[in-house]
Design a protein around this ligand. Structure first.
Ligand SMILES: [Zn+2]
Ligand SMILES: [Zn+2]
Length: 124
């Protein structure tokens, strides 16, 4: 008798349809809710899950938030939760990420320039 077991990372999209005006980029978007978790599996069957974290990502600019586990569970149960700004804990601002900064002259831009408009240094 031998066991095949493993610990893996899981990812699950949750059903949640909520339109909003993004607080970060000011555009219309949707909140997409998903859950990340660790699970222990035995013979490829998940036995238990832990470390569940619920995330909300905006469809407009990809800003990532976490939400309270209780709230996440309610969304997972399909309780028709409406997310409020106060519920969202910012993890990564999409807009900030799309800002490009020239490392030669320090010029910052949110436009999708390949080269710095001031000094022509390639931007990454
Ligand atoms: Zn946005
Ligand atoms: Zn520059």
């Amino acid at each position: 008798m031998f066991f095949i077991f493993g610990i893996s990372n899981g990812h699950k999209e949750l059903e949640h349809h909520q339109s909003m005006v993004c607080h970060v980029c000011g555009r219309y978007g949707r909140y997409q809710v998903f859950m990340e978790y660790m699970f222990f599996s035995l013979f490829f069957i998940p036995v238990f899950k832990w470390n569940k974290t619920y995330y909300v990502q905006t469809s407009c600019c990809g800003t990532l938030y976490t939400i309270d586990n209780e709230l996440g569970k309610r969304i997972a149960r399909g309780e028709g939760v409406t997310l409020q700004k106060e519920d969202l804990i910012l993890v990564k601002s999409g807009r900030y990420d799309s800002m490009k900064k020239c490392n030669r002259c320090g010029y910052t831009t949110s436009e999708d320039f390949q080269y710095c408009p001031k000094c022509a240094q390639p931007l990454n």
